[in-house]
Design a protein around this ligand. Structure first.
Ligand code: NAD
Length: 271
């Protein structure tokens, strides 16, 4: 629990909203839920009540105005439609307490695109959850006017429900890990669609690869950053697309002789 967040409201209690609600209910927060599908919401909140490990009070509500009334943190998890989210933010902004944090769980819409809908622009956040029971992490990203206080409180709340926060340092399409995942997807789909390998083989390879346990930056350090840079440059030369150009920061490491494990320093320090 964190002190200044006691009441958490969720608007849109579908696939992800349910997971956020379940995770939150394991701690001593007051949980307030709203969904346009009142019947489904009633069923879900009844199930949540019955669960032995539900700690705080859980209530369902019939309107957005009512569900956000006393909330310290409001999480919107309605469908991924910009106009809908703008409309919801307008209503939330008018009904929320002045110091309430208003977050969207959107997978792709930066909260800056919802700023015009509310007056309290310093209270906005992207809190993008992954599948919370298998991947307990959430990207946290600011809008253009989000205050440090909002960001810190949001981050602390995420930690308080045992979710690892992934700090997005500046607005980034795809946040932290979705962007990585997009890149992986882009390539595996090309391998499959181009007839280079069966998708079953790609899946098999991935499982074996992941069991090796090395994370991408550790792996790049093992391979050698000069090698990585050359490979990335060859992709870039082939496509000519700016998007494929390796970052200057990688070239700077190479130019400085920081090539990874073989030189004692790359992304990590091995000295
Ligand atoms: P979903 O369709 O399962 O759930 C959306 C819920 O919103 C439904 O229960 C629906 O009844 C409700 N809803 C629709 N209109 C509403 C309104 N006007 N007011 C209140 N509730 C309304 O969708 P989801 O997969 O849970 O996605 C919800 C959000 O979470 C999206 O922004 C999506 O990008 C994001 N997200 C999804 C995933 C995922 O794996 N599915 C992961 C991370 C983030």
């Amino acid at each position: 629990m964190i002190e200044d967040i006691k009441v958490v409201s969720i608007i849109g209690v579908g696939y992800l909203g349910k997971q956020i609600a379940e995770k939150t209910s394991l701690k001593n927060y007051t949980l307030r839920l709203y969904d346009i599908n009142a019947e489904e919401l009633a069923k879900f909140s009844e199930d949540l009540h019955k669960k032995k490990n539900t700690k705080g009070e859980v209530t369902s509500h019939n309107s957005i105005e009512d569900v956000v009334k006393n909330a310290d943190l409001i999480i919107e998890a309605a469908p991924e439609k910009l106009e809908l989210k703008q409309e919801l933010f307008k209503i939330i902004g008018k009904a929320a307490k002045p110091n309430a944090i208003i977050a969207t769980n959107s997978s792709s819409i930066p909260v800056s695109k919802l700023e015009d809908a509310v007056d309290q622009k310093d209270k906005l956040l992207n809190i993008h959850f992954y599948n919370l029971f298998t991947m307990p992490m959430a990207d946290i990203m600011r809008g253009t006017k989000t205050s440090d206080d909002t960001f810190e409180r949001g981050k602390k709340w995420v930690e308080s429900i045992d979710i690892t926060p992934l700090i997005v340092k500046k607005e980034c399409y795809g946040f932290v890990f979705n962007r990585v995942w997009r890149a992986i997807k882009k390539e595996v789909l090309k391998i499959w669609a181009g007839g280079y390998a069966d998708f079953e083989d790609v899946d098999k390879a991935w499982k074996i690869f992941i069991q090796a346990g090395a994370a991408p930056f550790e792996l790049m350090d093992q391979i050698g950053l000069d090698v990585i840079y050359d490979i990335e440059m060859s992709y870039y030369k082939k496509s000519g697309w700016d998007d494929d150009k390796p970052p200057q920061a990688l070239k700077d490491l190479v130019d400085a002789g920081n090539l990874g494990k073989k030189t004692g320093k790359g992304f990590y320090n091995y000295e």
